[in-house]
Design a binder for this molecule. Structure first.
Ligand code: ZN
Length: 463
């Protein structure tokens, strides 16, 4: 290993290899376990990434790619491996306003990319809580979802071209800004959502959208889950595809983020079992606002919603979104475990009841798990407090409660966070043996020595 590190020091630009205290001092987020990498490699170009991987593959040295390390499934856990951080490849190389594209390096922070698009009068719709530290490369590696999937899709839907480096150092440059390109296998899809196991994304061409002219936001209370489901379909129809967010909070989560020490305050007076944050983006301020209000008024009159507040200023809108984003409140009295599942909307109410009943039955003192999510995408986040002194057995029991029922109702153990290491053992609940075997064949074909983020998504073959 010492020889390998010396080789990298010689090959990379100054500051390209961090070891010892320099590596140990790296900041780590509250949600993320990074482990203790042998060294942190910080390339400044695709060519350097290629050099790193060529040497690593030849030596059989495992490499864990790092973006912003804001994932929640231990995908960045680099214990005993070399961490490959894209932090020095963060440039926005260009924005083509006519084509509506942005060419960007993988280490660029998501929020920086969004602001650059906005400055050019365009819009990068990807939006998630970790926007200030997540990177574009990490978003692609994990196929990040977030708050606007309902209208704009997952990260996958925003990627036109990709440049990635394979485990053996081969550079695959597919940097084409084309919307349509049916020329055989769409190779970029191999890397999107593969969590750094098939290649390291270095540069990308993103599809941008026109900047929205109008932004209408409302916070509504709903008295039944059927009402929530009806409201979703009504607004999809009534707003003609302009709805960009339909975020539901179960009452316990709403109460948590609207009571001290949380700084948020309830936008509505009464208490309801469900709250929905609704947002619509459009191109005509006056007409869109009128249509938005009319749709909500109809829903009120028909009894689908019980009460509603429409944001009348940017500050009111920000306050509504701050409630949804204040997920940190869930850990104010102790550690929590966060789950990210998807399932048919028709099955949600019974599923949530089943999970919460099982949880409070086993650990009565901990309260019900908090539930919220991107309901328009069929995606729920469930955050449960961890029993004091809980070990692996308790954790497994909790996972069984959350994941166990999903197979029978056709759900998924990960809607948007990925598999990483944290969910690997549960993958057979969501994918068939044949699918998992094909994943293993792809992994072996692209990374025969198993050096890229080994053990993530699927277990490595026995050596
Ligand atoms: Zn989410």
């Amino acid at each position: 290993m010492d020889q390998l590190i010396a080789d990298w020091r010689a090959a990379l630009a100054p500051g390209g290899v961090l070891t010892g205290a320099e590596a140990a001092e790296r900041p780590r987020g509250p949600w993320t376990r990074l482990g203790e990498p042998l060294a942190i490699l910080r390339p400044v170009s695709t060519q350097e990434v290629s050099t790193i991987l060529k040497l690593a593959s030849a030596a059989g040295a495992a490499v864990t790619p790092w973006g912003g390390c804001t994932g929640l499934v231990d995908g960045c856990l680099a214990d005993g491996t070399l961490a490959l951080s894209l932090e020095r490849m963060a440039a926005i190389e260009g924005i083509d306003a006519t084509a509506g594209t942005m060419t960007v390096q993988a280490g660029c922070i998501l929020q920086t990319a969004c602001e650059a698009a906005e400055a050019a009068g365009l819009f990068l719709p990807l939006d998630l809580g970790a926007r200030g530290s997540a990177t574009i490369g990490g978003n692609i590696a994990t196929n990040a979802g977030g708050n606007r999937v309902l209208r704009y899709g997952m990260t996958r839907d925003m990627v036109l071209g990709i440049e990635a480096v394979l485990a053996d150092g081969t550079v695959i440059s597919a940097m084409r800004p084309l919307m349509k390109n049916n020329t055989g296998y769409d190779l970029k899809q191999l890397f999107i959502g593969s969590e750094g196991t098939l290649g390291v994304v270095t540069r990308v061409i993103l599809r941008l959208r026109p900047a929205p002219v109008s932004q209408d936001t409302a916070f509504v209370g709903v008295d039944s889950f059927d009402g929530v489901a009806r409201l979703l379909r009504r607004l999809e129809r009534r707003l003609g595809g302009a709805m960009s967010a339909f975020e539901v909070m179960w009452a316990d989560f709403h109460d948590l983020v609207t009571s001290a020490p949380a700084r948020g305050r309830a936008p509505l007076e009464g208490r309801h079992p469900y709250y929905v944050l609704i947002e619509s983006l459009g191109g005509d301020e006056a007409a869109d606002a009128a249509r938005f209000e009319a749709a909500l008024t109809e829903a009120l009159e028909d009894g689908d919603i019980a009460d509603a507040a429409i944001a009348r200023s940017g500050a009111e809108r920000a306050a509504m979104w701050a409630l949804r984003d204040d997920v940190g409140q869930t850990s104010r009295n102790g550690p929590i475990i966060a789950f990210d599942v998807s399932l048919p909307i028709a099955a949600m109410e019974a599923y949530v009841d089943q999970v919460c009943t099982a949880f409070t039955g086993r650990w009565p003192g901990l309260g019900r798990p908090w539930v919220f999510g991107h309901l328009g995408d069929g995606n729920l986040h469930i955050l449960a407090r961890v029993p004091a002194g809980a070990g692996l057995a308790e954790r497994h029991a909790l996972e069984e409660m959350v994941y166990g029922p999903l197979q029978a109702i056709g759900g998924s153990i990960s809607a948007e966070h990925g598999i990483g290491l944290a969910k690997r053992d549960w993958l057979p609940l969501a994918r068939s043996p044949e699918e998992i075997a094909l994943m293993a064949r792809l992994k072996h074909a692209l990374d025969p020595t198993g050096v890229l983020n080994p053990g993530k998504i699927i277990a490595p073959p026995p050596r």
